[in-house]
Design a protein around this ligand. Sequence first.
Ligand code: DMJ
Length: 600
Amino acid sequence: MVFRKLPGVSASGMGLRLSQKFVFLLFLSGLVTLCFGALFFLPDSVRLKRIFLSKTESQPVTVGSENDAKTDKKNAGGETLEEVMPSRSKTESASKDEKVTSSSNQGANTDTSFDYNKFKKCLLKPPLGIEHGKPSDPQTLQRREKVKEMMKFAWDNYKSFAWGKNELRPLTRNGHIGNMFGGLRGASIVDSLDTLYIMGLMDEYNDAKEWVETSLDLNSNGEASLFEVNIRYVGGLLSAYYLTGDEMFKRKVMVLGEKLLPAFNTPTGIPRGVINLGSGTSWSWGWASAGSSILAEFGTLHLEFVHLSELSNNGIYTEKVMNIRKLLNKIEKPHGLYPNFLSPVSGNWVQHHVSIGGLGDSFYEYLIKSYLMSDKTDEEAKKMYYSALEAIEANLVQKSPGGLTYMAEWRGGILDHKMGHLACFSGGMVVIGADDGAPEKRQHYLDLAAEITHTCHESYSRSATKLGPEAFRFDGGAEATATRLSDRYYILRPEVIESYMYMWRLTHDPKYREWGWEAVEALEQHCRVEAGFSGIRDVYAQTVSHDNMQQSFFLSETLKYLYLLFSDDDLLPLEDWVFNTEAHPLPVVRKSFSLQKQVK
Ligand code: DMJ
């Protein structure tokens, strides 16, 4: 190489310049290499990474756990996962992320890019199993048929006497509207859609669907319970959409979801319990102390709201529930426990009452289910759940003199030795979380779940009707028995049967099916009346008195859990589906499919 001498520059000076340039260039190229290298360590959601790296590098194809991805290469549709992964262009991904991050500045529902077919192919198994979960053994099949007949009976009577109203009054043969749903109608229809569908009651399902399409009026202007509308209507419509792919359900649920958002306009973002669906004004329940919000209400929105974000590709719903989560995670907790009342203004606890039954229950349920529904990525929910369970075990779980394990209530440090029927869901909750806790605790959780479920079964078998009371006590002599007149009623609640279903799925101990069948017989004998099913006023009375109400959760939960109990496990497999607190199945959000940022 020939170097021409530059005027005024000595040979040695030129050599120096050249070597400086060389060092500078070397430094520059090192810097560029470092920058590209660093891209590999950035989270997937960082846009630069997607601009510079190919799609497959930035979004590895994994469905379920690592093992699933390795061993379960074929999915529900028989195609390889690589074939069915949704393909998104780089620019598409980038613009969607912009929507997620700027979600608060726009209308709630702006994007309809959710691809149902691709979602369905990301399920590990067909939702309805190979043969709709038909059990091979004839006795179980017969029992399942009986439950289906009960559903048809409940539905037919609702249809004949209360069509379009919220619930059936089976004795007076008319409809009940109530004041929980803000003027929305047809609660029993929306709550029944998925039950009818999984049972294969297709004429009934089609009637229900047609009613939702033509008559479910979302422009109501009444006072609604945010919690009840969310678990029954939002949950019911979401499940109907995910199971059937009918876009009408998605359209409806997005409109409804948006109407719930103003309830979060409080100083802390903790929603108030009641909302006017027309004006968006919200307030607290009059009976809740000092204008507080209820743990089981604002803590039972997470599953549905994450799915509203999934379907709309708008992160605002997830933001709202993550804000609740953040506050609950940060706030000081007495003995690690979560009291039932919190001020939406100050963000402080209002009273120190703790319960796994009413007012607290489904908050705990939604922690473990949020973790499971996030494809086990939501580590924060996992941590909060297991710490809460530890605190519950340390402070609330008791053993009676007669050897029954129960969950007492806690009032500022004083135990009330009472367990509500509602708290009986906890057998199911503990068993679905048994596998993901510390490995050395797995057996302990299985035992705890079995003991609680056993206690709840005792509360049924110790009554004359073989149905369980609303609350039972352990401090008045007879254990697992209601001592107060006002606790003796049974309103067709599902929680005990819900625990039987989960215990059956996870242990296959036949006693849970036997206990479920005892409940079917008791329901038939004491709750079935000429025009539907009714709750009863006293489970200890030989001659029952009916309360004249066929609750919508009887169709949504009680009968669905019984049907699943007598079905094979491949009907709504737990690897793919998480049930909301009203028993509406919602799919696990696969890391590889979601357009939303993964929960960290
Ligand atoms: C249902 O609406 C839900 O399960 C809720 O979480 C609690 N109570 C009823 C059924 O008992």
